[in-house]
Design a protein. Structure first.
Length: 268
């Protein structure tokens, strides 16, 4: 019987690792034995999280920077190689939400959303794939959204970015399958993250934001929003050998949201 931790001997790079889904992913991988290079633009929140992980015995280092910049991806790859001997896992969770239609969204906002949500994945994959090739295998997990398939109003840049993530995921998967480098997308529904709570605060009006979150949860057939840890569990599965024949896939972690239609028959 193998009693080694699931990710022992593996190194993971995680973007958006300071809070929300990214923090949950970094925790899940680190506590299962992975060495983690945690990346985020929020230096204070990132250091607070990595300090907690190190206090629990995890091997973690942090890279502070704008994940859409090549220099940040280069630094993450260098740290993975110099401190941990390479990398086999990349989980891209970094993302931002902005509001507007094609008429009301400024070009600068459009560019910002696409840079953080999509270009960051391109940059990190570009610099981590060579390390995975050298290791003999790898897994890239990109956190997308159900809004790659269906969308609400006033999120034109966000929805476009999530559709692009799914297309980029397929392209990476096909290009690098022969090198045993897999790439998959995770598409959550509503998740209890700082970003979602900020949205609730913005749109709650006179209501309690918690009530609005509960309403959003009830729109999912399972009747609630997800925890970051539930999404992190899917990311860990895709990062592990347990999903060794899964690549180019879009895994929905949405409580049944995209399986349902908004028609409820009256009780007989």
């Amino acid at each position: 019987m193998n009693n080694m931790p699931e990710f022992a001997g593996r190194t993971a790079v995680v973007t958006g690792a300071a809070k929300g889904i990214g923090a949950a992913v970094a925790t899940r991988l680190a506590t299962a034995g992975a060495a983690v290079v945690a990346c985020d633009v929020d230096a204070d929140a990132l250091r607070e999280h990595t300090d907690r992980l190190r206090a629990g015995g995890a091997r973690v280092t942090e890279v502070v920077g704008d994940v859409s910049r090549a220099a940040t991806a280069e630094q993450a790859a260098w740290r993975a190689q110099s401190e941990f001997g390479g990398a086999q896992i990349l989980v891209n969770t970094a993302g931002i939400q902005r509001y507007g239609t094609v008429e009301t969204t400024d070009e600068s906002v459009w560019n910002e959303v696409l840079a953080v949500n999509v270009t960051s994945i391109f940059m990190f994959a570009k610099h981590l794939v060579p390390l995975m090739r050298a290791a003999g295998d790898g897994s890239i997990v990109n956190v997308s959204s159900v809004q790659a398939f269906v969308t609400q109003t006033d999120v034109v840049a966000y929805a476009a970015s999530k559709g692009a993530i799914n297309a980029l995921t397929r392209a990476i998967a096909v290009d690098h399958a022969h090198e045993q480098i897999r790439c998959n997308a995770v598409c959550p529904g509503s998740v209890d993250t700082p970003m979602l709570r900020a949205t609730a605060e913005r749109f709650a009006g006179d209501r309690d934001p918690g009530d609005l979150l509960a309403d959003w949860g009830r729109s999912h057939p399972l009747g609630r929003i997800a925890s970051p840890e539930e999404v992190a569990e899917m990311c860990a599965f895709l990062a592990s050998p347990r999903s060794s024949f899964v690549t180019g896939s879009e895994m929905r972690v949405d409580g049944g949201l995209t399986a349902a239609v908004g028609v409820v028959l009256p009780e007989a």
